[in-house]
Design a protein around this ligand. Structure first.
Ligand code: BES
Ligand code: MN
Ligand code: MN
Length: 453
């Protein structure tokens, strides 16, 4: 049978099976959902068993399990390693969802659910692409699937597993669908991801909350002080004010910048889809560059003092902030975290004390385009979308990709199908049905192209 006919005839079942997975609340960051994360892994194990692979295992880690499956048809065939993640970001704030995050819905030809795009929907396309090929013809490649449950909290345990399992994970190419395309009429392949340093700051003033009248004006307020520190971290021109922050960056040539800026970008759509009046960022760079090839620093959350109903006159003892920095080649997450820590310690006045903790990190990535894997992806888009895909630099991070490069010496093919308006990590996350089915088709073309060359 023809592959597209197979996909078409089974499209409703594909969706039902994905919905089953989307119903499982596999939020990796919150211990409250530990059992659901396990359930999602079990469900995937079941799904892989239906695909009649040789090995299907749930691998325990110190955190959430890794699901691994493989089918070696012939050792002389090329081997494709698929990576994805079945964990999702917390769905909070729940009240901002139009329909409950773990009750998948279709509206306007889109699937609405937490994880619909990031990454359950996209990862699942690989299972269905493999199924379609398996049931509609001969398969002339070997396949390995490694789907983890901790991507959204830094992939620490997967890193250990990869380092210890180099033999098991041997492959000719790694492919990941966990990124986005420019639009449904302009396909693209991701060739860059930013790295990440995620920090938490705790500033302490007095040893207890004080009456803001009896002490106010005479004791430093750690919230005021933290705001001052934070606002000093970025200059007027949008650059980051941490000594040494830019030291290791390799600047792009004007030729390379021109190429990056030639990717279609619609400023009106960019502004209107998130309801902002104007673009904003580092002076001298376009929005495409600010997201793709420039580092940045953002406060992700800030809290302290009294935030309940009404008022409470209090001079708080503590102030907190979570601050992340997105990094670009050749910055190192470890070094940037150290620079951040030293700089903030130096900024903290005697009237307060400061504690800084590092959460997860990840290194930036650039994907080579002169490889067999990239060509296979390029040709797949060309065949299925009737258009040449444009190489793009995405602003997000997938921490394991640089680790694959380091430990397995392989670039990853970042063949994602999401859209910016899919609202990943936000309320009302969605994934287009068009993207789901077209993605499955493109992935089958990629597998076949890779195997044939
Ligand atoms: N799939 C995203 C990363 C992504 C999104 C890349 C869109 C390119 C385009 C991934 O699940 C993610 O959210 N990663 C986290 C990093 C992690 C350490 C929490 C991120 O980028 O914030
Ligand atoms: Mn993801
Ligand atoms: Mn994510």
């Amino acid at each position: 049978m023809n592959i597209n006919n197979y996909i078409n005839e089974n499209k409703d079942r594909f969706l039902d099976e994905l919905f089953e997975l989307l119903r499982i609340e596999s939020v990796s960051a919150d211990p409250k959902f530990k059992h659901s994360v396990e359930d999602a892994a079990d469900y995937l194990v079941e799904q892989f068993k239906l695909l009649e692979l040789d090995i299907v295992e749930k691998i325990k880690t110190q955190g959430h399990p890794i699901v691994y499956a493989e089918k070696i048809i012939d050792k002389s065939f090329p081997t494709i390693l698929v990576y994805g993640h079945y964990d999702v970001q917390p769905a909070d704030p729940y009240e901002l969802w139009d329909t409950p995050p773990f009750e998948p819905h279709i509206k306007n030809d889109k699937i609405y659910a937490r994880g619909a795009c990031d990454d359950k929907g996209q990862m699942f396309m690989h299972l269905k692409a493999y199924e379609a090929l398996k049931n509609s013809g001969e398969i002339n490649f070997n396949i390995k699937f490694m789907i983890e449950g901790e991507e959204e909290c830094g992939s620490d345990n997967l890193e250990k597993f990869v380092s210890q399992s180099k033999e098991k994970l041997t492959s000719d190419v790694i492919v990941i669908s966990d990124t986005s395309i420019i639009s449904n009429t302009t396909p693209s392949i991701t060739v860059g991801l930013r790295g990440l340093s995620y920090m938490e700051v705790e500033l302490t003033g007095p040893n207890r909350d004080l009456h803001s009248g009896t002490y106010g004006g005479a004791v430093n307020n750690p919230i005021n002080e933290l705001c001052k520190i934070i606002s000093s971290l970025k200059n007027e021109d949008g650059t980051i004010n941490i000594p040494g922050f830019y030291d290791d960056i390799i600047n792009h040539s004007s030729e390379s910048r021109e190429k990056i800026n030639s990717a279609p970008f619609d400023p009106d759509h960019f502004k209107s889809h998130i309801s902002i009046g104007s673009e904003h960022g580092e002076l001298g760079f376009s929005t495409t560059e600010r997201i793709g090839i420039r580092p940045t620093l953002d406060v992700n959350g800030i809290w302290g003092g009294y935030t309940g109903d009404g008022s409470k006159t209090v001079l708080p003892s503590k102030a907190f902030a979570k601050i992340s920095m997105r990094l670009v080649p050749n910055q190192s997450s470890k070094k940037i975290s150290k620079l951040f820590t030293e700089h903030l310690k130096a900024l903290c006045p005697d009237s307060c004390s400061i504690k800084i903790q590092k959460h997860h990190g990840g290194e930036p990535v650039v994907v080579k385009t002169n490889t067999k894997g990239y060509s296979a992806a390029f040709e797949a888009f060309k065949e299925v979308w009737g258009k040449e895909p444009i190489p793009t630099y995405d602003g997000g991070s997938i921490p394991i990709v640089s680790h694959f490069k380091k430990e397995l010496d392989k670039d990853s093919i970042l063949m994602g199908f999401g859209l910016d308006e899919d609202a990943i990590h936000s309320p009302n996350e969605s994934f287009g049905l068009f993207n789901f089915y077209k993605g499955i088709e493109t992935i089958t073309a990629f597998y076949l192209n890779f195997a044939k060359k």
